[in-house]
Design a protein around this ligand. Structure first.
Ligand SMILES: [Zn+2]
Length: 507
């Protein structure tokens, strides 16, 4: 358990929590006209699988939805329109300043031989400042050295100073690390306990640690070999805020890494690299789309997902947005008399760029309580995914859902009802995890981290398929047959939260 906690300390969300929150501003106007209320029969009650999937398709089709880009703004406008059509009130944007990191050009060659590569997101930045970065005319020309996985004493100034450094990116934590927190499993076909449970996934890695050491030792650039990944270099790492990477870096696949190392070995003298990286990091507006479904009281359940993405992002997180809209349609179809508590819906961005909106939202709504809503619980929905495994260096899809975890710090009574609902609706390959300890210490490895840490009893649906950061996260990866079971389990959970007295929701 301690190992898991230690590893999680490296996560973006945790480190970001240590920084002061930027202010959250209510946007006075939006760039999208309001959408009319949808009164058609299909917009009533619990939507069917096809309708849920159509939302996931719509968001996926918007393509890359990076915070501060046209795609990001289109995604926010889409959610806003759905919020209005499905009957939310006071639909508006709330904003906080975030970053947009973009590479315009990058390449790598060693001894004149081009190696396929892809820029390391958020590398080459000027700490805490906007910047335009460039390796200059002709790029960096330097001796290239190999430090393996960068552990031990391999990274020393004598070895790496003034050089481009090749290292192996290692994935460091598997889902099994969370087993000590599991308090319920629904897995009737007994498929969960196999080798994939113990295979490290691409989220907790040695990147920060190695780059920190390289920066200290005076390296001038790096090449990360995706040694635990499948044969793709489209690995869009998250923004590791704790380590602002000042060096330019590129990713290469395991195979290309082997070719690169063969070229290095075959060189008589010191092999030389030519590394090119040009781009910019600018301050941009992060955006939450917020809307209210009033209940009989101001006691409020926060319902969230995120609409930003680094690729077409079908699982990450069109599936979360679709799953959130389900809850909205379902709840809004009930008469007011059946809704004790108010529901506050929000999709946020900045998931990939530092969580500034999540943080500012928590500050305003949970910590400083600057709104009329008395938040008593949070429900966050992310990732309804098919399982992907790495076989012989390739991504292979399995026709079953990825392990789904519902992390929560709810009371025993609320959890008991949740477990019964997971069985009743047959939410396959799902577990619940007691998140109290995580919320009280390092936070959650999900979008719910900030409000959970700030004391809001929370549940967070999450799955961690291997392709989540990759351009391979396409519509076929969504576990379509799980959309409805997820919808029903969470509709039940919201019902439970609605009728449970506020002081009996948390652990
Ligand atoms: Zn997500």
């Amino acid at each position: 358990m301690r190992k898991t906690l230690n590893a999680l300390v490296g996560l973006t969300l945790v480190s970001a929590a240590l920084m002061t929150a930027p202010p959250l501003a209510r946007a006075t106007a939006t760039d999208a006209p309001p959408c009319p209320r949808d009164l058609s029969p299909q917009a009533q009650g619990m939507p069917d699988t096809e309708r849920i999937f159509s939302w996931v398709e719509d968001v996926t089709r918007l393509g890359k939805r990076l915070t501060g880009t046209e795609g990001g703004r289109k995604a926010a406008a889409y959610v806003k329109c759905q919020f209005e059509a499905l009957g939310l009130q006071d639909v508006h944007y709330e904003t906080a300043t975030s970053w947009l990191w973009q590479a315009d050009r990058s390449s790598l060659s060693v001894n004149g031989r081009t190696i396929n590569s892809f820029p390391v997101s958020y590398s080459f930045v000027t700490p805490d400042k906007p910047s335009v970065f460039s390796t200059g005319p002709g790029g960096l020309q330097a001796v290239v050295v190999d430090v393996g996985d960068g552990s031990g004493l391999r990274i020393t100034p004598e070895r790496v100073k003034g050089k481009v450094v090749v290292f192996d990116l290692k994935f460091q934590m598997s889902a099994a690390a969370f087993l000590p927190f599991v308090d319920f499993i629904h897995d009737p076909k007994l498929t969960l306990f196999d080798a994939t449970l113990f295979t490290a996934n691409p989220y907790i890695t040695n990147l920060s640690k190695v780059v920190e050491k390289l920066q200290e030792a005076g390296a001038i650039g790096f090449v990360g070999v995706l040694s635990d990944y499948y044969d793709s270099n489209r690995y869009h790492n998250e923004y590791y805020r704790r380590t602002q990477m000042k060096l330019p870096g590129v990713w290469v696949t395991k195979t290309d890494g082997a070719a690169l190392r063969a070229i290095m070995k075959a060189t008589g003298g010191a092999p030389r690299a030519n590394l090119v990286l040009e781009g910019s990091r600018t301050e941009v507006e992060g955006r939450a789309v917020v809307g209210v479904l009033p209940g009989l009281t101001q006691e409020t359940i926060l319902m969230t997902s995120h609409h930003d993405s680094v690729s077409s992002g079908a699982v990450e997180d069109a599936s979360g947005v679709g799953s959130l809209l389900v809850q909205l349609q379902h709840a809004a179809s009930k008469p007011l008399a059946e809704r004790q508590k108010t529901l506050l819906f929000a999709t946020m961005d900045t998931h990939f760029t530092g969580y500034q909106v999540h943080q500012a939202f928590t500050d305003k709504y949970v910590i400083k309580k600057e709104t009329p809503y008395r938040l008593v619980a949070g429900v966050t929905l992310e990732h309804v995914a098919k399982q992907g495994v790495i076989k012989d260096g390739k991504l292979v899809m399995r026709e079953q859902p990825e392990l789904m975890g519902i992390m929560n710090n709810f009371s025993r009574q609320v959890r008991r009802e949740l477990h019964a609902s997971m069985v009743h609706h047959d939410l396959r390959r799902s577990v619940t995890l007691k998140a109290g300890l995580l919320c009280n210490t390092v936070g959650l490895p999900t979008d719910a981290s900030f409000w959970c840490r700030a004391g809001l009893p929370s549940a967070s649906l999450i799955a961690a398929p291997v392709y989540l950061y990759d351009e391979d996260d396409t519509l076929d990866k969504v576990a379509k047959d799980q959309l409805l079971p997820v919808a029903k389990v969470f509709a039940d959970l919201v019902d439970t939260l609605d009728r449970t007295p506020a002081d009996q929701i948390g652990q």
